[in-house]
Design a protein around this ligand. Structure first.
Ligand SMILES: Nc1ncnc2c1ncn2[C@@H]1O[C@H](COP(=O)(O)OP(=O)(O)OP(=O)(O)O)[C@@H](O)[C@H]1O
Ligand SMILES: [Mg+2]
Length: 406
């Protein structure tokens, strides 16, 4: 797992071409020479980059912690708990990565479990031959990236402020970065404030027009959109934002927002979204896509009123209560007490963060993530991170759980 270095400012403006897997890259981890040779012969010329390494699914896990590909071929022969290892691998690979598995077992039950329940594209038992590779594996590779519909798409978390200036962007940015320390997989931070958004500023990044263009026109949210638009922040975290001038209002479309969400959910395991409030109509679908909607509020009566109203709206739009409330700067002078906030909300806020002093503003002005500058902030965010990371094991997303159930 990558850990952010504590003091360094994040690398700014690095085009994240490595985030989108190089088209057609195949990485294989196989345990013996015969299997490697059969793969090499069978897949020769099938992909611009065929990288065959010696190892098993365990080595693949270490590899995919740092890198990515369009297709993974992994050997589970001799691996004690193959299903658990494949489940672990799935968590850190982009949801649209195609997984092909090789093993010793010739049992149809094993095949069914992998292909039917675990979402593996194909399973082949040894000994592999060139002919079998061409007949059984090649068609999957030729199809390109896997579909990542519904359950296998990345986990969406929307963050919004009950009111302006309560700290929503600070929470969204630092939750994304902390998630990179705590959870595995690839993380996107999407700032949907196309004008005046602050996520990029907080990370010393300078976004271009790519996000606005894609949100206006779904046709432009194509495979190259990510390469052009995402900015690599810290290894597995990528930022998508905009700094549009104020004189023109971007013409965001339903289709554009939907397509951007789809693309991000295929490529990233988590998508953290800094969502404007009130939510512009084309962006309402973010609330439906989100597993959690984090409403950040301050200790003031308007925040409490508006947090309730947002919870009501989210319930009405989505049919479920997926709101988590975060009371920020809870102990600020002259703020309303926690008891009163509780009374106003009807329940205690899910997360409470105190005022953490001028270091927070200093971090903002320096373009350094606040949780690096003010370590106490990271500690106070921990309950939110636990909640988000824990719900990522929902049954339909877990290969292992699906298998045990089946
Ligand atoms: N817990 C905290 N303690 C001290 N300062 C904080 C805390 N949380 C946020 N801040 C500071 O509050 C300011 C506003 O934060 P931020 O920009 O995240 O708010 P916002 O809700 O996104 O605002 P906007 O409505 O403009 O989008 C920043 O200077 C940030 O550093
Ligand atoms: Mg903001």
């Amino acid at each position: 797992m990558r850990v952010l270095s504590s003091d360094a400012a994040p690398a700014a403006v690095t085009p994240a071409s490595e985030i989108a897997a190089p088209t057609g890259r195949i990485v294989a981890f196989v345990a013996d020479d015969d299997t490697a040779n059969a793969l090499r012969l069978g897949l020769m010329g099938a992909a611009p980059e065929l990288d065959i390494r010696r190892g098993t699914v365990r080595h693949a896990i270490r590899f995919f912690e740092k890198e990515t590909a369009q297709t993974a071929i992994v050997d589970v022969a001799g691996v004690a708990d193959a299903a658990a290892a494949l489940d672990e691998l799935a968590r850190l690979c982009p949801p649209d990565l195609k997984m092909l598995v090789i093993g010793d077992s010739t049992e149809i039950g094993f095949y069914r479990t992998l292909v039917g329940d675990l979402g593996v594209a194909e399973y082949m038992h040894k000994p592999l031959t060139r002919d079998a590779v061409q007949r059984l594996l090649l068609p999957h590779i030729a199809q390109g990236a896997a579909e990542a519909p519904g359950g296998r798409g990345g986990h969406v978390v929307a963050v919004c402020g009950a009111r302006g200036g309560v700290g929503a962007t600070t929470i969204a940015v630092n939750t994304a970065l902390e998630l990179a320390r705590l959870a595995r997989g690839h993380i996107a931070l999407l700032d949907l404030h196309l004008q005046g958004g602050a996520a990029a500023l907080m990370l010393s990044a300078r976004p271009g027009p790519g996000l606005r263009i894609a949100l206006e026109d779904p046709e432009r949210a194509d495979a190259l959109f990510l390469e052009r638009t995402a900015i690599a922040i810290a290894g597995r975290v990528s930022l998508l934002g905009a700094e549009e001038p104020f004189e023109v209002t971007p013409a965001i479309s339903d289709g554009g927002v939907g397509r951007v969400l789809d693309v991000l959910r295929q490529k990233f395991n988590y998508v953290l979204i800094d969502l404007p409030m009130p939510v512009p109509v084309p962006m309402r679908q973010v609330l439906t896509a989100a597993r959690e909607v984090v409403v950040v509020m301050g200790p003031d009566v308007a925040s409490v009123r508006d947090a309730r109203a947002i919870r009501h709206m989210v319930k009405a739009l989505t049919g479920t209560d997926r709101v988590l409330t975060l009371l920020n700067r809870a102990d600020i002078r002259k703020g309303v007490t926690l008891k009163l906030v509780e009374k106003g909300l009807g329940v205690a806020p899910d997360v409470v963060v105190p005022d953490l002093g001028p270091g927070m503003l200093e971090a903002y002005n320096l373009g350094v993530p606040a949780a690096q500058r003010v370590p106490a902030f990271a500690r106070h965010l921990a309950p939110l991170l636990r909640e988000v990371a824990a719900t990522n094991t929902a049954p339909e997303r877990s290969w292992l759980k699906r298998m045990l159930r089946g």
